[in-house]
Ligand binder design. Structure first.
Ligand code: AHM
Ligand code: MG
Length: 338
C-alpha cells in the first residue's frame, strides 16, 4: 500500500490556500517534528528517569525534567527555530512568550498550546496528549506578538489539532477543510495518513465525565447523566461511561466512536476546569469540522468571548445529537448562564 506522509499531505493541501506562501505548512511540519520528539520521551518514560520532579538529577548527573516541562521546551524550541510564530501561549507559562528574531520578524502566526495534556496520567502509563490552536496575528509584523493576538474568537482559528500519545502516536488536525488523522509509523519515523476526512458519528453511546464530582454538578448535568443511564431500547440506552482523565484521549475516542465529553462547572470550579484558548477552542474547531458540536451548555464554544489568557469554560463536546440533548437538559434545569 502506498503511504502518504504528513509532509506530503501538507504540501498537497497547500494549494487550498492560494494566498499563503507555505508558512502554515512549515508551522504544521514543525509541530509534527516536535511531537515526534515528545513521543520518543513519552514512550521511554518508564525507562529513563524523566519522571522525577524538576530539580532532581539522574544517574548521568543531568537535570531531570518532568515530561510536561520537557514537552513545553520542545514545542517552544521548535516554534523559535521555525520562524513562523511571533508569540506562544502555553498552559505551562503564566504569560505569553513573545518571539522576535531575524528569522521570525515577519512571522504571521501565534500558537496557543497545551504541550502535555493529562500529564497526571504519565506516571501510570496512560495516554496523554498535546493540543494546539493557530491564529493569524493582529499586531503589526516586525514586532513580537502581543496578548491581543491571542484574545480572538475561536472562529478565527487558522488551524487546530492534537497529538495523542497512546498505544500508537496520532496527530489529528484541521485547517478548516475537514479533519485528517496521521499515525506515526515508528519504523520509518513518519506520520502517515491513516484517518482521512474524519467524521464524528451523529449519535453515540459513550458519555465521558468525572462522576466523582456528581454532587457538585449543575442540575441539568445531573439529569442528563440519569438520562444516559436509563434504559430505552429505541435510543440505545443505557450508554456506556468512559473517562480516562486525559482530555485528548477521551476526545479522540469519542471522535472515532461517537460520544459526548462533559467538563461542566462544579461548585468548586464555577467556570469548569478546561481552558478556552488551548484546550476548548482547538477541540471545538476540530469537532465542528468533523460534524460535531461544542458548547458551554448554552453557547457555542467558538463564539465565546475570551478576555484572559488562561480563561476557563465549562465544556460539552462531541456527537451533535448528544450535545443537543445535553443542552436541552441544561436549558430546562440549569437556568444559570455561565
Ligand atoms: P491538565 O491540562 O493540567 O493536564 O488538566 C486537564 C485534564 C484533562 O486532560 C482532563 O480531561 C481533566 O484534566 C481531568 O480532570 P479531573 O481529574 O478533574 O476529572
Ligand atoms: Mg490540559
Amino acid at each position: 500500500m502506498k503511504v502518504k506522509t504528513l509532509g506530503q499531505f501538507i504540501i498537497e493541501r497547500q494549494s487550498d490556500f492560494p494566498y499563503a506562501k507555505g508558512e502554515l505548512s512549515r508551522l504544521l511540519r514543525d509541530i509534527g517534528i516536535a511531537s515526534k520528539i515528545v513521543n520518543r520521551a513519552v514512550t521511554k518514560a518508564g525507562l529513563i528517569e524523566i519522571l522525577g520532579e524538576t530539580g532532581d538529577t539522574n544517574v548521568h548527573g543531568e537535570q531531570v525534567k518532568k515530561l510536561d516541562v520537557f514537552a513545553n521546551e520542545q514545542f517552544i524550541a521548535a516554534f523559535k527555530a521555525g520562524g513562523e510564530v511571533c508569540a506562544i501561549a502555553s498552559e505551562e507559562n503564566d504569560d505569553i512568550i513573545p518571539i522576535y528574531s531575524d528569522i521570525s520578524k515577519n512571522a504571521k502566526y501565534v500558537v496557543g498550546i497545551d504541550p502535555l495534556d493529562g500529564s497526571g496520567n504519565i506516571d501510570v502509563n496512560v495516554s496523554v496528549g498535546t493540543i494546539f490552536a493557530i491564529y493569524r496575528r493582529k499586531s503589526e509584523v516586525d514586532s513580537a506578538g502581543q496578548l491581543s493576538d491571542f484574545l480572538q474568537s475561536g472562529l478565527k482559528q487558522i488551524a487546530a489539532g492534537y497529538v495523542v500519545y497512546g498505544s500508537s502516536c496520532m496527530l489529528v488536525y484541521s485547517t478548516g477543510r475537514g479533519v485528517n488523522g496521521f499515525t506515526l509509523d515508528p519504523s520509518i519515523g513518519e506520520f502517515c495518513l491513516s484517518h482521512p476526512d474524519i467524521k464524528i458519528p451523529e449519535h453515540g453511546k459513550i458519555y465521558s465525565i468525572n462522576e466523582g464530582n456528581y454532587l457538585r454538578f449543575p442540575d441539568g448535568v445531573k439529569k442528563y447523566i440519569k438520562y444516559c443511564q436509563e434504559e430505552d431500547k429505541s435510543t440505545d440506552r443505557p450508554y456506556s461511561s468512559r473517562y480516562i482523565g486525559s482530555f485528548v484521549a477521551d476526545f479522540h475516542r469519542n471522535l472515532m466512536k461517537g460520544g459526548i465529553f462533559i467538563y461542566p462547572s462544579t461548585a468548586k470550579s464555577p467556570q469548569g476546569k478546561l481552558r478556552l484558548l488551548y484546550e476548548c477552542h482547538p477541540m471545538a474547531f476540530i469537532v465542528e469540522q468533523a460534524g460535531g458540536m461544542a458548547t458551554d451548555g448554552f453557547q457555542r464554544i467558538l463564539e465565546k468571548k475570551i478576555a484572559l489568557l488562561h480563561q476557563r469554560t465549562p465544556l460539552f463536546i462531541g456527537s451533535k445529537a448528544m450535545v443537543e440533548k445535553a443542552m436541552e437538559f441544561m436549558r430546562e434545569f440549569s437556568s444559570e448562564k455561565v
